[in-house]
Design a protein. Sequence first.
Length: 100
Amino acid sequence: MNTRQVENSAQQQFDNLQEQLNIANQKLWHVEQNAENVVALVESKAQALETETEARRKAILQQEVIITRKGNLLEETLNQERMKHMLTLEEGQVLEETLR
């Protein structure tokens, strides 16, 4: 093999490697684009989940407030009924003593 053939062979190998590098770079670019798309999708889903979680937390807190208010109203109503019964009992005792 003479010098010219060696140079041509080396140039051909260099050109082949250069083409392989270009193809690899294109594939890498597509992989990077896909990765960026996946990251954006995951971030979007995470944001949606965070928003949903926050909405559920607020709804639970509102339910707790409502339940507490209902409990307080029930307790107040029960105390009022207890007072009425005590007054009725006292009135009955006064009446009973009056009748004696």
